[in-house]
Write a protein that binds this ligand. Structure first.
Ligand code: K1U
Ligand code: ZN
Length: 182
């Protein structure tokens, strides 16, 4: 397995709309395993293929406390949505930024699993929020797009300043351990 570099805002590749997966083969299973390893290492509770510069409709998630309930959803589709939840979100592609976003509170999602079999998941609260956040990535959308114009301008300035400081690296380097808190 391998840790994959994660693209950071405002990288234009985060805006590419992902294509459906046509065949669930060993290449897709390897990508899912690498994405899970990258997500756990970051650490995060979700990751979309778009964030690792692969433009296929595949997301991985684990919102469990024990970090032992991984989900891999291929070609996910929301077929029902109910209620509203306003909760704080973060994003591995927008490090250091957290803000509140409105989402559906309960969703029903249809997808393929890593064997290529159809599955249906009923998700609520954090899992529902995380699935919606990751599915937005597949459409080239970021949670900051829901924020006010003023907040987005401030964020863009901060990100461009950071990119100038960090140099022309194409994506953030994978970290084997969380960055130390100074
Ligand atoms: O898509 C991503 O970049 C991952 C993102 C998912 C997400 C977080 C919060 C609400 C909706 C979607 C993250 O995982 S950010 C990191 C994070 O929230 C977290 C990390 C470790 C433990 C618990 C949470
Ligand atoms: Zn994200």
């Amino acid at each position: 397995m391998a840790l994959l570099p994660i693209l950071e805002y405002p990288d234009p590749r985060l805006r590419i709309r992902a294509e459906p997966v046509t065949v669930v083969d060993d290449g897709i299973r390897r990508l899912a395993a690498d994405m899970l390893e990258t997500m756990y290492s970051a650490p995060g509770i979700g990751l979309a293929a778009t964030q690792v510069d692969v433009h296929k409709r595949l997301i991985v998630l684990d919102v469990s406390e024990g970090r032992d309930q991984p989900h891999c959803l291929i070609n996910p589709e929301i077929v029902a949505a109910e209620g509203k939840i306003n909760s704080e979100e973060g994003c591995l592609s927008v490090p250091g930024t957290y803000d509140f976003v409105d989402r559906a509170k309960q969703i029903t999602v249809r997808a393929l699993d890593t064997s290529g079999s159809p599955i249906e998941i009923q998700a609520a609260d954090l899992l529902a929020v995380c699935i919606q956040h990751e599915m937005d990535h597949l459409d080239g959308k970021l949670f900051v797009d829901y924020l006010s114009e003023m907040k987005r301008q401030r964020l863009r300035k901060k990100a461009l300043k950071k990119a100038r400081h960090d140099g022309p690296e194409k994506a953030s380097s994978p970290r084997r351990h969380p960055a130390p808190v100074i």
